[in-house]
Design a protein around this ligand. Structure first.
Ligand code: ACM
Length: 529
């Protein structure tokens, strides 16, 4: 009887067709029959201290999902074994699942962390719920060799338009990690709110972080909610978030906007703008503001002091200084600016903006950091190590790459996640636009305008969550997912493997996992071609 049951069992597993609903798609995946089933006797081992946190994370997931008192230990012969392989690149890993053993190899904890994400995606969806699973925790056999196509895989969250509490920011980071994104661009300052504590300038938090009210409905409606909105992150909270992201192998890039998008600064420190006597309020309207920072010596001193505090909080190499959408009207009308243009031998206000950015660039570079800015910063010449984020399409990015600058492609028509993802009639309010999941997925970073050599400067891609119309994390998730998964796959998986039909099929199969994570994703893609 036992033998018959055994044969039935073997026969059944042999017939079972394994499916692998992985996002992003690994570089090489060889399917296999059968599965590894987690049992009481399953052990988790790691050969190298770098892998200890990742091995422990796996143990935690299994503890929550099972009744097994499993823990991670130093070992070379566990049934789930993490081993070091120095021949692999930093972000690469291999994952072999057979019925007897799971073997993970990586060079560093980072590669092992990505292996863990893949392994979790192969488990029953409920593994993400953190509660006990009814039935076996089984993992389909497979042989995976994986590494990313691009080194920069980013999402931006705008906390200037709406403040997102620390827990919401961590949730945003959590989900990025699941899909192997590695850069969190934190847009911290805006016309409508300054969100980071700067000890030297306390008015930035007491005044600049609060606006009187917020817009309700579309801009054209000109309605307001009548409720003050504010919030900021203390330096301790910033450190906590940076450490949290680092534990998930995500670098955090802070953005401090200049010289435009700075009305909140001017509300507290009007002396850095057109006229020290002008009373300005933190903006309540969305859009591009005419009030901008002036290239005065006092302004540079202020910005350098701010950046000095910011750089001490963010260990990463990049500091984003905005640089976009700076109207020149006030500079045109200002005697001070016109005199400065003459004195510096500049042609016009655009060259004055370049002068502004170049000075900040020099300062940032002198501190051993690298400048990053929106593509407008390209207009006046930059340090060789400055990086450009191309948002007005890809033209700025192409130009930057041709000038030997590294580039992150973040074209608005593909990666502005504040755009509608389906017919506006069926959707909650958004800024406008039309950006379906398939459109996001169709972006190809290897642009025909670039030679192979120039294309090496395209280090990756980023999607941006601007929040004029997004006041909380649940709605942010709705706008971000699943479109961020297109970003994840386009940045990680090979160009040759790109196939929207296959992506959509895997995504559909992966939805139970997203449900278990309680991601408030949009289902619009299911009824779209
Ligand atoms: C931008 O959307 N102004 C970068």
């Amino acid at each position: 009887m036992k033998v018959i049951l055994f044969l039935l069992f073997v026969g059944f597993t042999a017939l079972a067709q394994n499916t692998y609903n992985l996002i992003p798609l690994p570089k090489e995946l060889t399917p296999a029959e059968g599965q590894f089933v987690i049992k009481k006797s399953t052990s988790i081992g790691y050969s190298h201290a770098d892998f200890a946190p990742v091995a422990s994370l796996l143990a935690e997931h299994i503890q929550h999902a099972s009744t097994f008192p499993i823990s991670a230990k130093v070992s070379t012969a566990a049934t789930i074994q993490f081993s070091q392989n120095n021949s692999l690149p930093e972000e690469a890993y291999t994952l072999q699942v057979s019925s007897k053993k799971i073997s993970i190899q990586a060079k560093t904890g980072k590669g092992a962390f990505y292996a863990l994400q893949t392994l979790l995606q192969l488990m029953p969806a409920q593994i993400y719920a953190g509660t006990q699973i009814t039935g076996a925790i089984s993992i389909p056999n497979v042989n995976i060799k994986d590494e990313p196509r691009f080194s920069y895989r980013g999402l931006m969250l705008d906390v200037g338009r709406y403040y997102f509490p620390v827990e919401s920011v961590k949730r945003f980071i959590d989900l990025m990690a699941v899909y192997k994104m590695n850069t969190f661009h934190w847009h911290l300052t805006e016309d409508q709110g300054w969100r980071i504590e700067i000890k030297k300038y306390p008015l930035l938090t007491s005044i600049s972080s609060v606006r009187k009210e917020s817009m309700l409905g579309h801009y054209r409606d000109q309605k307001y909610d009548g409720k003050p909105h504010g919030g900021f992150y203390t330096q301790e909270q910033v450190k906590d978030i940076v450490a949290y992201a680092t534990s998930k192998y995500i670098q955090v890039i802070p953005e401090i906007e200049m010289p435009g998008h700075s009305t909140a600064v001017l509300a507290a420190y009007p002396q850095f703008g057109s006229n020290g006597d002008k009373i300005l309020q933190v903006k309540t309207k969305w859009g591009v503001a005419e009030d901008v920072l002036f290239p005065r010596e006092e302004t540079f001193e202020f910005l350098e002091n701010v950046l000095t505090e910011v750089m001490a909080l963010f260990p990463g190499q990049y500091i984003h200084i905005g640089g976009d959408e700076c109207p020149k009207t006030q500079w045109k009308e200002s005697r001070f600016c016109q005199d400065l243009i003459k004195k510096l031998g500049l042609k016009d206000e655009h060259e004055l903006q370049s002068y502004f950015i170049r000075r900040i660039d020099k300062f940032v570079t002198s501190k051993g950091k690298k400048l990053l800015g929106w593509d407008e910063i390209l207009e006046g010449g930059l340090s060789p190590n400055a990086m450009v984020m191309s948002w007005r399409g890809t033209k700025g990015g192409v130009e930057a790459a041709k000038q030997n600058h590294d580039v992150v492609m973040s074209p608005n028509s593909y990666f502005y996640l504040d755009y509608y993802q389906a017919d506006p009639k069926t959707e909650p309010i958004a800024i406008g636009g039309n950006l379906t999941l398939s459109k996001c997925y169709s972006f190809e970073p290897n642009l025909p305008e670039l030679t192979a050599e120039e294309a090496k400067h395209v280090v990756g891609i980023q999607a941006n969550v601007w929040t004029e119309y997004i006041s909380n994390i649940a709605y942010a998730e709705y706008m971000t997912y699943p479109r961020a998964l297109a970003l994840s796959e386009v940045s990680w998986s090979t160009k040759e493997s790109k196939n929207y039909t296959d992506f959509k099929k895997r995504l559909t199969g992966h939805l139970p996992s997203m449900d278990a994570m309680k991601i408030n994703y949009s289902k619009a893609f299911l009824s779209q071609p």
